[in-house]
Design a protein around this ligand. Structure first.
Ligand code: NAP
Length: 299
């Protein structure tokens, strides 16, 4: 339970509603900042503007998945006025407060580090990234189906990277009957791909591997689908780049060659906001409860 704990939410999207609902269910005292246009206000939550006063007794401050931009602007689909987290707001937070977000830009990291306020980046956690790979994989399949005129079954598919997303995707594509090859660098990844009954290849062979690819899913956040590699693909290849912006594809060259290439960020929030919200709610509620239990022990 989160009885007696003050959780403030600043901005967010549909995913945040699941987290808010969970905190209320667990009896936290909940303040919503930047939710002016949210029609159905949850019973048990209070809407407030972003002021220093409202932040001064907050135990946990929850920001959206991308905490702030490089100027402290916090995105909220529930508010038409801009929300900006500035120095004075950080000064108002108590030392015992913990700030939670998906991933933080340097602006937010610096703002909190200066005041030694702990910051938790949920997407850095292996458990959250593995759960999140499920809606990501489903969204990637949806986009591949929408952007090709062939079935996934029987198609020549390449997955680049055997991380959290790459593994979920390779397994699902294999189960759907695609002819899957996975490109990786580490010997243990090559061994795992083989163990999964999938064809591995070393990334150094990428140029040779792409010559008959129908669909390429990239999960490597590094320029990997270079002009040199794209030049070897059939023009009908579809590239779906899932890696964080700017992706791992030379999009300019792909367009020039007539190869369709799309960057597809934020799929969990697009295809399954409720599930994506529940994934965050499960982890966040546990972390806030642990934070408060640790505080009581050390008090
Ligand atoms: P991950 O577990 O860290 O996997 C990344 C993979 O890329 C690993 O196999 C890693 O291999 C490989 N890699 C990284 N840098 C490399 C390089 N320079 N050369 C060769 N291989 C390299 O990450 P993830 O959780 O699967 O996520 C993958 C990407 O998708 C991230 O950019 C993440 O932000 C993004 N993502 C996007 C969505 C979406 O909706 N589009 C959703 C979730 C995640 P090593 O371990 O050997 O480095």
């Amino acid at each position: 339970m989160l009885t007696g704990i003050h959780v403030a939410f600043v901005g967010g999207d549909m995913r945040q509603l699941e987290v808010i609902k969970r905190c209320i269910q667990l009896d936290a005292s909940v303040t919503l900042i930047g939710f002016d246009n949210l029609e159905s206000i949850f019973t048990g939550a209070t809407k407030k503007p972003l002021t220093c006063d409202v932040l001064k007794d907050v135990d946990a401050l929850v920001l959206p998945m991308v905490g702030t931009d490089d100027h402290g602007i916090v995105e909220s689909i529930f508010c038409s006025k801009p929300l900006q987290l500035v120095e004075e707001h950080a000064d108002a937070l108590p030392q015992s407060c913990v700030v939670y977000t998906g991933m933080a830009k340097p602006y937010l990291k610096a703002l909190l580090a200066k005041r030694q306020i702990p910051l938790v980046e949920l997407l850095d956690r292996d458990d959250v990234a593995i759960y999140n790979s499920i809606p990501t994989m489903e969204g990637a399949l949806m986009m591949a189906i929408q952007n090709t005129d062939i079935t996934i079954h029987g198609s020549q598919v390449i997955v680049l990277g055997l991380g959290r997303v790459g593994m979920s995707l390779a397994r699902a594509l294999h189960a759907l009957g695609a002819r899957v090859r996975v490109g990786a660098k580490r010997p243990e990844h090559i061994a795992r791909i083989y163990e999964m009954g999938i064809t591995p290849f070393h990334l150094s062979e990428l140029k040779q591997q792409v010559t008959n690819a129908d669909i390429i899913f990239n999960t490597i956040p590094h320029l990997i689908l270079t002009a040199e590699v794209i030049a070897q693909m059939p023009q009908s290849t579809f590239i779906l780049d899932l890696a964080s912006k700017p992706g791992g594809t030379d999009f300019r060259f792909a367009e020039r060659r007539g190869v369709k290439a799309l960057l597809a960020p934020g799929l969990p929030g697009i295809v399954a906001p409720k599930t994506a919200g529940q994934i965050l709610a499960n982890t966040l509620s546990r972390l806030i409860a642990e934070q408060c239990a640790n505080r009581e022990v050390s008090a």
